[in-house]
Write a protein of this length. Structure first.
Length: 318
């Protein structure tokens, strides 16, 4: 079954989508650069321990197995390695009777519990401003991550994707995140609002009917990115907690605490770009270069700096 987005996005073999908003690009690190951990602010895991306990798990045991101190989750402004953060939710799905743990965690998560990025969205004047602020600032809150808002006709697509090819197990994070994003829409448009479609980049799990129930929308898997597809109606509806002064302060505080969207070695960034295109067939080097916002020549030169010819690099990241 083809999604309505896929039906509209191609006309005569050409992509007709237009980008409305884009997150700050992740930097490509030079060879031999010492990289800091990729982080996410711990507010994203607010209520994790309580939710695990409610579903029969031991949160402290999960955190210990992943190697995360419980104290880290007590401060919403503390920085947690993004890979470990993803591992926490993957481990929770194994340690509780709920393989869709991330899905239901996100479903019940109010955006204000995110901390700065949630406040920035909720204090925006309209839903359109909230989503735009979210897209443009999210990679400060969660490094090595890309968000885009794309339009085709009267359909919009809010995309979310971790672009670090080293973080492979991230299904629970994707489902948690889209659940929270849908809740931002519902803060403005009401609890009955539903998207047109939900897209996930990971394969379809066995109990996928729960996804249709949680989002109240058709869910598609093995897509190019995680995304919420919705109609451009009500997008200028006011946010109930709109406060321009606080919105400006939230944005300033986020920029001060988290100064950049992170940096990745070229091979790891290219790996993510390659994998995201697998559902559409085998990508070529020009498509990967475009994804990284480089010319083919620049991409090849940067690969050579990593002592890896382009063809070998593409085989490696596959």
């Amino acid at each position: 079954m083809q999604s309505c987005w896929q039906t509209r996005v191609k006309r005569g073999g050409k992509i007709t989508e237009s980008v409305i908003a884009l997150s700050r690009p992740v930097k490509i690190a030079r060879p031999c650069t010492s990289l800091q951990n990729r982080f996410i602010l711990s507010g994203a895991a607010s209520g994790f321990r309580e939710f695990v306990g409610l579903h029969g798990g031991d949160a402290d045991d999960i955190l210990d197995r992943v190697g995360v101190s419980p104290d880290t989750l007590n401060d919403p402004l503390s920085k947690l390695d993004l890979q470990k953060y993803c591992e926490i939710f993957e481990e929770a799905a194994r340690a509780t009777p709920h393989p869709n743990f991330g899905l239901w965690f996100g479903r019940q998560f109010h955006p204000r519990r995110l901390g700065l990025i949630g406040d920035l969205a909720l204090h925006s004047p309209t839903l359109r401003a909230a989503i735009t602020n979210l897209v443009e600032n999210f990679s400060l809150y969660q490094q090595v991550t890309r968000m885009r808002l794309v339009r085709v006709d009267n359909l919009l697509r809010l995309e979310y994707q971790i672009v670090d090819g080293r973080i492979c197990d991230r299904r629970q994070d994707s489902e948690r995140t889209l659940g929270i994003l849908v809740n931002i829409f519902r803060c403005s448009l009401g609890a009955s609002w539903t998207p047109e479609e939900i897209h996930f980049e990971h394969p379809c799990p066995e109990d996928s009917e729960e996804h249709n129930q949680a989002f109240r929308a058709p869910t598609f898997f093995e897509q190019r990115s995680n995304a919420i597809v919705f109609r451009d109606t009500g997008f200028d509806h006011v946010m109930p907690q709109a406060n321009l002064t606080r919105m400006i302060r939230d944005q300033a505080n986020l920029a001060r605490l988290c100064r950049d969207p992170g940096a990745l070695p070229l091979i790891d960034r290219a790996a993510a770009a390659l994998r995201s295109r697998f559902p559409e067939g085998a990508p070529n080097i020009d498509e990967i270069a475009e994804e990284l916002i480089m010319t083919r020549r620049t991409f090849q030169r940067r690969l050579n700096e990593h002592h890896c010819p382009s063809s070998n690099a593409l085989r490696q990241v596959a």
